[in-house]
Design a protein around this ligand. Structure first.
Ligand SMILES: C[S@@+](CC[C@H](N)C(=O)[O-])C[C@H]1O[C@@H](n2cnc3c(N)ncnc32)[C@H](O)[C@@H]1O
Length: 218
């Protein structure tokens, strides 16, 4: 696993980057969901509790809420969470948003407590956090899920180190899917669907080489 293509490395630098990014892009127009969100929604039978980690501008959380799921979006950026909350209120969507770093020890307790099938969902989050934070993310996913629940992730892989990127220089890691999957398996998940390649997450000139994986909690 490599830590390439990042110009900022401290937690404060990363937080500043995302706060500035989302503060400049706040909107109350209904956003399109990602391709990954529509794929995951199509795999779910009936309403789920969806916990989105690294929800960014909230487009996927709001999409899941609009499709009848009980959604909480979490992001480390306060400006992202403020924008998500304003957007959900403007659109009348009942999604809830929390500001929290992934490694905040209070986060598991803040997200616990509801019955029914759960999905832990993270799109373009795994490559935005450090290797240590990835382990914490997987620990959290294991804590929040019960047998039969789903972990859904999409992230940039080691094969995405070349190629155009639409967003400017910021912390970004390129992840080895075999390592990520092994860590998930150690925590009680099994792979139910896995695919890699271009074309799953194209955005303008940036056609990321991603891994898209669904896990089931055993
Ligand atoms: C590449 S963006 C992805 C946003 C959204 N999921 C999407 O696909 O559009 C990564 C997000 O992760 C958040 N993030 C980065 N590091 C984090 C951390 N340590 N804890 C919580 N959130 C973090 C950032 O604030 C940012 O919103």
């Amino acid at each position: 696993m490599t830590d390439a293509a990042h110009s900022t490395t401290t937690t404060d630098d990363r937080s500043d980057y995302w706060n500035t990014y989302y503060a400049a892009r706040s909107s109350t127009r209904r956003p399109l969901p990602s391709q990954f969100a529509t794929f995951v929604a199509g795999e779910l039978e009936g309403p789920h509790r969806v916990i989105e980690l690294g929800c960014g501008n909230g487009r996927d959380s709001i999409f899941f809420a609009g499709n009848g799921h009980d959604v909480t979006g979490v992001d480390g950026s306060q400006s992202a969470v403020d924008a998500c909350s304003a957007l959900a209120a403007a659109l009348g969507e009942p999604a809830t948003f929390l500001q929290s770093a992934i490694d905040d020890p209070e986060l598991p307790q803040r997200l616990s407590g509801s019955d029914g099938p759960h999905v832990v969902y993270a799109r373009f989050f795994v490559h935005a956090i450090t290797d240590e934070e990835e382990k914490t993310f997987l620990d959290l996913a294991a804590t929040l899920t019960s047998p039969g629940d789903v972990l859904a992730v999409e992230y940039r892989t080691v094969r995405d180190q070349v190629g155009a990127k639409e967003t400017g220089a910021h912390y970004r890691r390129f992840v080895l899917p075999a390592t990520f999957q092994a860590r998930a398996l150690e925590r009680g998940f099994e792979v139910t669907y896995a695919v890699e390649g271009y074309g799953f997450a194209k955005w303008r000139h940036d056609d990321a080489y991603v891994a898209r994986t669904l896990f089931r909690r055993t």
